[in-house]
Design a protein around this ligand. Structure first.
Ligand SMILES: [Zn+2]
Ligand SMILES: [Zn+2]
Length: 118
């Protein structure tokens, strides 16, 4: 009945995969369901997709979606849409479909450059 010498424990621990070591010292670096944090501004989000959305449209950015009826601007198209529904409902009802279409903001896509030097 001799307990393992400490050296053996160290050896054992060093052989464990990284995720095991992370579990051993609860550093909290691993997203354990408590959400994710924006590394730029420190905002917390429950979902990674929300964080990505935030970083794509909000973080460090000027509001780029403008309400066509007033000075309201928002960082997310959805917010403007919701604003219009609430504040300009009567105009919305009068809207032609074509005008509705103009509300959709073009997303900047990266154009692949297929120039081949000859
Ligand atoms: Zn941020
Ligand atoms: Zn408005």
């Amino acid at each position: 009945m001799s307990p393992l010498p400490l050296a053996s424990w160290d050896l054992w621990a060093s052989m464990q995969p990284a995720f095991m070591q992370g579990a051993l010292n609860t550093s909290g670096l691993m997203a354990g369901g408590d959400g994710v944090e924006c590394t730029k501004c420190g905002r917390h989000y429950k979902l990674k997709s929300s964080l990505r959305n935030h970083q794509k449209w909000e973080c460090g950015k000027e509001p780029q979606f403008q309400c066509p009826y007033c000075n309201y601007r928002a960082k997310q198209k959805m917010h403007v849409a919701r604003h219009i529904e609430r504040m300009h409902r009567e105009k919305l009802e009068m809207l032609e479909l074509s005008e509705r279409a103009s509300l959709t903001v073009k997303e900047d896509k990266e154009v692949p450059q297929n120039e081949v030097a000859q």
